[in-house]
Design a protein around this ligand. Sequence first.
Ligand code: GLN
Length: 487
Amino acid sequence: MSSEVRASGKNELPNEMTVTGWRRQSNTFSATDLVSSVASAVESGKSLNAYITTTPERAMDQARHSTERQKSGAGRALEGVVIGVKDNFCTADIQTTAGSRILEGFIPQYESFVTKKLLDAGAVFFGKTNLDEFGMGSSTENSAYGPTLNPCGIALGSSEFVPGGSSGGSAAAVAADQALAAMATDTGGSIRQPASFCGVVGFKPTYGACSRWGIIAYASSLDQAGVITKTVGDAALLMDVIAGSDPKDSTSVAYDFGGFEHSLRNTSGAFTVGIPRQFRDMSTTPDLEGVWQEIERRVSAAGGCVQLVDLPTIKYSLPTYYIIALAEASSNLARYDGVRFGYRANDPKNLIDLYERSRAEGFGRETKRRIMLGTYCLSAGYYDQYYAKAQRVRTMIYNDFARAFEAVDFLAWPTTPTPAFKFGSHNADPVSMYLEDVFTVPVNLAGLPAISLPIFQAANGMPMGGQLIGPRFSDARLLAVANSMLK
Ligand code: GLN
């Protein structure tokens, strides 16, 4: 990736803060050196607010163990790799807030499926990264723990730019060398959009490629774990560890991806990439036009050919998403009642008062708005008009994608309509914030894998990403082609 969009976190060692780079140097630098290096980047970049909770001592203990294993030749796949974990993955004995006040002080007794796999592969967790409350947002402005700043903006001398969301903390941590890679989730773009805004790689796998068990739910039919990294190679290394089915999540799928890292070594051969007419014909800006042209140039340079395709129902994605996601959220968030975990209102008069005040005081503004909208969409009399209709449109969108993939191997379009916007720019109108997700949500509705690649620099110097999207379970080949587009 281009050095202009790399952020400021200056580290003495190793000189390339990627998983692959560190592995190459791991005979020169130990895992404990790496933790010290990350700790100093976190310290000097404190104002970014990329982490809600850091666990440096625990990380150092893990790193010592990794160093021992490496010395004795028993190093595992991700031995000593320092990772940031979005704070909606439950981590045993470490506070997990989902960015919400209602979960402040919640210390899970169990480890999520995905983070357990990472720990078993030798990864070292530096801490829990910031996010919009329950993943609801596109800027991290909705975190109860304060917003995260965009490190690319900081490198340009401005603290006004959002890092994107909801995984703004994960993207900022990676861009600022506060982790070699980060775990994130993507319900409607939360991996890809912050990756685009922070100039890093964000990969959302096929729905069901890894288990959701132990991830704090936002909208269960859309939520998907994935990774934010600096390179496609790093994403592949992590995917090899986290993909897999799990009896505790019946929507996770036992699919043999054939090795993600391995797939990068195969030359991808000829491929076709469809550009949806409906997006290409939208009104554009010089920056957005630049992203389109860069996508087309890179596809050709990687040996692919581009053709226009039709996705007639894709224009209904945004309203469809915001009905389904909010309906599911209203149901998922009903469990936070002040009784079982997290925040509990003081001196309740009775049980109803406990519920009402715990929720009123514990949830943030945007979360409350979404619970109300979602509840309305599911209510008797409106269910058919909103929720049932949205489900039918979702099927139509899915079918449009299936038809397009009969003609082309992949699809591509920009990740975001603009580079990072400034804090507060959507305060007056929540719908204008929802419109930021126009290019990311269709992919979640259809359960497809998609990757955002840092390929363009906007006129103001901020990064913008291009997205490559594949059919379900094409994840390994998608990464191989994406890798060839970044070369
Ligand atoms: N910005 C979208 C939303 O607010 C997507 C969030 C996400 O993927 N978690 O719903």
